[in-house]
Ligand binder design. Structure first.
Ligand code: ADP
Ligand code: MG
Length: 297
């Protein structure tokens, strides 16, 4: 059967496991000349696991007590780090008590009330304001974990730091090849945009061949980074999975969401969705859209 080139390219993308939302999207994808990649859930698998449970000596908490506190506060959250924490508590057979007043801040962490006490779990750098005399100990523990490429998560009880969790995620297979193929297609290496800490980000950069790394970003910082690239004349493709990526996916010339673990907001906002959860399909679809772009214009 002979289909118009755009439609046949969309069908072809579908066979590769990428859902393209419209013909317009396919055309836009064909014009991108720069790529910004999210880290957690995009370059990594997005199923992180708790590797370290480190109560501060000053807290008097056991590992189980620290993990229970963190899991209680994280339980209502959809974030991959939250799932890692609740899964670790489940694996240890801990009973996780319900919390009240849950709230989450993208790129920061979560807060909740447990038996009238406030619990915050999140980025050591972002929760700094809540920290107390335990500062030195927390910074040291976090730095040690982050140098190993892990994400350090701080647990704060009633404004006092009580411990740190180490969480690790695996690089997706083909991440390095994908970065190389995207570099070949656009003529410039992709940029890494992550809310995670600079040390873990640098480690991932070294593992994938990404040099331009922006870490510790809030969702609006990711938007800012994309807008800066577009002001410099680039047509940027953003690839992400999280709620924190949605504004950047919307702001960019084109956006692709990782589908399996992707948040609903990211899936709705993106122009296209990788349904088969293979990162390698991103450069494949960019190449496809270029070929049909050349046929159409
Ligand atoms: P990325 O951009 O790499 O996908 P996010 O913006 O989702 O990362 O998260 C950035 C950082 O914010 C995390 O590394 C963590 O420190 C903190 N954070 C966000 N949500 C949570 C949560 N639910 N629990 C713990 N930490 C969190
Ligand atoms: Mg992410």
């Amino acid at each position: 059967a002979t289909m118009p080139p755009l439609l046949s390219a969309i069908a072809n993308a579908g066979r590769h496991g990428v859902l393209i939302k419209s013909a317009v999207v396919m055309e836009r994808l064909g014009r991108i000349d720069a790529v910004a990649l999210d880290k957690t859930g995009t370059l990594t698998e997005g199923t992180p696991r708790v590797t370290d449970i480190l109560p501060l000596a000053s807290s008097g908490l056991t590992e189980d007590a620290l993990l229970t506190l963190a899991a209680a506060a994280e339980h209502p959250s959809e974030h991959p780090l939250a799932r890692a924490v609740t899964e670790a508590a489940r694996a240890r057979g801990l009973a996780v008590p319900p919390v009240a007043d849950f709230s989450s801040a993208p790129g920061v962490g979560v807060t909740a009330t447990l038996d009238g006490r406030s619990v915050a779990v999140g980025s050591p750098a972002r929760l700094r304001d809540a920290r107390t005399g335990a500062d030195g100990a927390v910074a040291e523990l976090a730095a040690r974990l982050e140098e190993d490429g892990r994400t350090a998560v701080l647990v704060v009880l009633d404004g006092t730091s009580v411990g740190v969790l180490g969480i690790a995620d695996r690089l997706r297979t083909g991440a390095r090849t994908t970065v190389a193929r995207l570099t070949g297609l656009t003529g410039r290496a992709p940029v890494l945009l992550t809310g995670d800490n600079p040390r873990a980000a640098a480690r991932l950069g070294a593992d994938t061949g990404i040099v331009d790394i922006r870490a510790g970003l809030l969702p609006q910082d990711k938007v800012h980074a994309v807008k800066e690239m577009e002001t410099a004349g680039r047509k940027v493709l953003v690839v992400g999975d999280g709620v924190n990526d949605a504004p950047a996916l919307a702001a960019a010339h084109s956006g692709i969401a990782m589908g399996r673990a992707g948040s609903d907001l990211a899936l709705e906002t993106a122009d296209a969705v990788v349904v088969r959860d293979e990162l390698a399909t991103v450069p494949t679809v960019v190449a496809l859209s270029r070929r049909c772009h050349r046929l159409v214009v």
